[in-house]
Structure formats: C-alpha cells, structure tokens
Design a protein around this ligand. Structure first.
Ligand SMILES: Nc1ncnc2c1ncn2[C@@H]1O[C@H](COP(=O)(O)OP(=O)(O)OP(=O)(O)O)[C@@H](O)[C@H]1O
Length: 474
C-alpha cells in the first residue's frame, strides 16, 4: 500500500516547508492572526485601529492567490425573539394516544442579539440551557418549530449566506487515518474553486496549517476513538481549518474547548479571536470558561433554561448584575463561574460552603426558580429595550451578491465531477491504506458509493449542505 505523502494519481501532497505566509503576521501573544479584507462598504466593520498591532512583520513570499486574503463579505448577524420548542411526548406516545395533540417543551424563549464583524460572541449557560440549539438555529441548521427573526446583513438565510458560514460541530467528523496535512489538502482539493491549480490548492492547505499553528503535527494522523492521533486541541484546530478553507465570514463553533486543558483551550480561543479581528463574525458556545478565556470574549449571552438573562459586553456583566443587586459576597476571580451560578438560580449571597449544601438539598428549588425569574424579568426591563434599539438600526449593506452573481459564483466554486471523483477515490484509498483489501469489500464499497451517488445525482447546488455529510462519509 502507498505510504502517506506519496504521489498518487495526479494529486501530490508535499511536505515542503511552508514558506507561503502571504498574509500572516505574529502578534505580541505569539498568535498568528488571519488578515482578511472586509469590504469597506459594510457599515460596521471593525476599524483597523482596533485590530491587534503586529509586533513584527515576517518576510513573506507572495502567493498568486490566497483564500484567506481575498476580500470577505462581512456579516452582521441579528436575531430577535428567537423561540424554539420540541415535542416532549415522544416517549409517552402510544397507538391509542396518537391523535392527541402532543405537548411541546420550550427550549428557547425570546433570545435576541446582534453580532458584528470583528466581534467574538460567547454563549454561556448550564448544560441543557439551549446554547447548541441557538447556535444551530443561527447557523440555519435547525429544523422544527422556530419563531422569531434571524437576519444576515438584514436578509434572511439563503444559499449565498450558507456559503459564507463555517460551522464547527461539537463532535467533529474527521478521517482518523489521514494526517493533518492530508485532511486539509483533500478538503482544499474538494472545496476550493476550480480556477486554482492543484498545486495552488495544496498551498492553501499549507497556509491554513501555518495559520492555525499545526505545522508541528502536520504529518501526524488525526486519530479517533480507537486510534491515538493528534491532541484534542490540535484536532479541534483541524476542524476549524476545514471551515476556514472556504474563508467564512461567519464562523460558529459548538464547545470548541470542551475536553481540552487550559493551555489548549486558550490557544483555540486566541485563534478564534484572531479570526474575529480579521473581519469575521465569530460565535461560540462554551461550557465553563476560565477567567483568562472569559476576558477574550467581546460579547456574552447568558442563557438560563432557554431564557436570556444577560446580553452585552463581557467586561460589563459583573457591573450589570451588581446593578440589579447580585454582587458576589466573596471575590469571584472568574466572572464565568458567577454567571453560571446565577443562570442556575444560585444567588451570590449564599456562601461557598452553603452552596454545596444548597446543591444537595431538594427543598430549595423555589429559591432557585425565583432567582431565575427575577433575572429573566430584569433582563426584559434593563437589557432588552437597548438591545432592541440596536437590532432595529438599519444596516446599509450591499455585501451579498444578487441571485444572478451568486449563481455564477457557485458554478465557479464547483470542481468538476471527474476531479471530485479522483480526490474522493484517492482519499478513500489513503484512509484505508492500513486495511487489507478483498474483492468482496471492494464490491461492497463500490456498490454503496454508486447508490449514494445516485441518491444525490443532479441534486440542486443549493442543497450542498445536505450533500457534504454524504461526501464526508463516502
Ligand atoms: N431535537 C431534540 N430532541 C429532544 N430534546 C431536545 C432537542 N433539541 C433540544 N433538546 C433539549 O433542549 C435542551 C437544550 O439543549 P441544548 O443541546 O441546546 O443545550 P446546551 O445548552 O447546548 O447543553 P450542553 O451544554 O449540555 O451541550 C435540552 O434539554 C435538550 O435535551
């Protein structure tokens, strides 16, 4: 079987040193920031003066084209009164009760916000508070009964918006036996426009590897549950890199730091903040950030059982809760801990040792509920009016292409059928290079591939999101 990195077909993955940092600069935090070029027509792009100042410029060799340096179309995301409910009787339904209307459980209740290019929004809340559901809704992936409005530069979700969104799910789907370089290279070969040569696409993958600080592990296998591979943080950065290949204007990440140590989590968050400062709109859910991570957020949305209890600047959250009467009775080093306690209905006047007792006792839920109710009503009274005014601000925007230009750009971004087939075949062989081949297995795989292919044969390009998981699995 072919060793990794060996030339196969006409696709070659080089291990040459990445001397292609066209648009990268290192900041004082030893962070590689991604310099995108937001359109100057967008009203609320973060001014250059607010971006991190590079401490040193590195000598750069120009590339003919860089996916990261091409002009972005910044996205201002606004969502207002988003509510979502699910059927809660799935387990109790029987053939005798099937005609009864099923009760619904509310998951999100009147959640609103505005996130602008250059901003990093963190959604905080206890487990089950609705963070992932909201992120999925904002990413245009939520099916079911949802109400409220979500707009992208003032327009509803559309295929051209979809193209500009990168979504990193909590459970990322990666090929365990491919190396970091191979993973990103095959993705580049599939995703990048056909006007680029194969060599240029490979260079884009190398550029992303450098951008995300993966150069050290570029030749390590990604790994999975049964195969030891790169570390959790590196794996997460590979997932971010896969989304960056299409240079998204709006990047969404579900729990990108879960299961990581504080250093790896910090590195991921530094990366995300850099992506935001490059003109992108970045939204992440996060479970229990350290105080260091918390300080990196621009805005914070705190959810409690699907209700918002805080929306605003991260560094003003403690002041707000102090204003409505919740001042920590001891010095909270980590504001996130304080916010999560409040979202759980735990008032700060309960001392730490009493809090343990509080968690263990069952006769206090009323106290917790009344605290939550007070926080929800305070949000409606103090925060929502200002937020609503902010959402109502008109946005002068011309950054999305018209239907006609969008169509032509979509055609431009598709590789030919034959190109995709060659890449998928090579990737499939590479991924299974450790396995022994038999005629039966080859027949089995080919039959499933043909069937999958027929299912999506001539499907509309606007359904590309549905096709991607099939491409990944095939
Ligand atoms: N399709 C669904 N079917 C059943 N329950 C659902 C569905 N979608 C959401 N829920 C419920 O809605 C609530 C919110 O779920 P969600 O995953 O958004 O929470 P979360 O804040 O992201 O939690 P975690 O931090 O544990 O990931 C949970 O109680 C979950 O069980």
């Amino acid at each position: 079987m072919m060793p990794p990195h060996q030339e196969s077909s006409n696709i070659t993955i080089h291990n040459s040193p990445a001397s292609i940092m066209l648009t990268t600069t290192r900041t004082a935090e030893n962070f590689v920031s991604v310099h995108a070029e937001p359109s100057t027509s967008a009203a609320d792009v973060v001014p250059c003066s607010q971006r991190p100042i590079p401490s040193q410029q590195q000598p750069l060799t120009p590339l003919p084209f860089s996916v990261l340096s091409q002009s972005l179309r910044p996205i201002t995301l606004k969502f207002e009164e988003v509510a979502y409910s699910i059927h809660s009787s799935a387990t109790t339904a029987s053939c005798f009760s099937s005609h009864k209307p099923k009760p619904r459980t509310s998951v999100l209740n009147g959640v609103s916000g505005v996130v602008r290019p250059g901003e990093l929004l963190a959604m905080l809340g206890p487990s089950g508070s609705g963070k992932t559901t909201l992120l999925t809704a904002l990413g245009g992936r939520l099916t079911g009964k949802m109400s409220g409005t979500i707009t992208y530069n003032g327009r509803p979700f559309s295929s051209s918006v979809k193209r500009r969104i990168g979504f990193v799910a909590q459970d990322d789907v990666l090929y365990p036996h491919l190396t970091v370089l191979e993973t990103l290279t095959y993705a580049a070969l599939l995703k990048l426009p056909k006007k680029l040569t194969t060599q240029e696409k490979i260079e884009q993958a190398e550029l992303i590897i450098v951008e995300l600080g993966l150069a050290r592990c570029r030749n390590n296998v990604v790994g999975g549950p049964l195969l030891r591979g790169v570390s959790g943080g590196e794996r997460k950065r590979v997932s971010v890199g896969l989304e960056m290949l299409v240079n998204p204007s709006l990047l969404m990440l579900d729990e990108p730091t879960s299961g990581l140590d504080s250093t790896a989590a910090h590195r991921i968050m530094v990366t995300l903040r850099g992506l935001a400062r490059g003109g992108r709109t970045v939204i992440t859910t996060i479970h229990q950030p350290s105080s260091g991570l918390y300080r990196m957020f621009d805005k914070v949305l705190v959810l409690s059982e699907g209700y918002p209890i805080y929306w605003g600047k991260a560094d003003q959250a403690m002041d707000y809760f102090g204003y409505i009467g919740f001042t920590p009775s001891f010095n909270f080093l980590n504001p996130a801990d304080f916010l999560l306690d409040l979202a759980n209905g735990i008032a700060p006047d309960v001392k730490p040792d009493e809090q343990l007792e509080f968690h263990g006792r069952v006769d206090h839920p009323d106290d917790q509920n009344s605290t939550k109710q007070f926080l929800i009503s305070s949000y409606k009274k103090n925060i929502y009016p200002t937020l609503k005014a902010d959402i109502s601000q008109n946005l002068q925007d011309s950054s999305f292409p018209t239907a006609k230009s969008s169509k032509s750009s979509e055609v431009e971004w598709n590789s030919s059928w034959w190109e995709q087939f060659k890449v998928l075949l090579t990737r499939g062989v590479q991924e299974r290079k450790h396995e022994s081949f038999s005629g039966l297995r080859i027949f089995q795989v080919m039959s499933v591939s043909v069937l999958s292919g027929l299912l999506w044969w001539h499907s509309d390009t606007s359904h590309i999101q549905d096709q991607v998981p099939n491409i990944m699995k095939s």
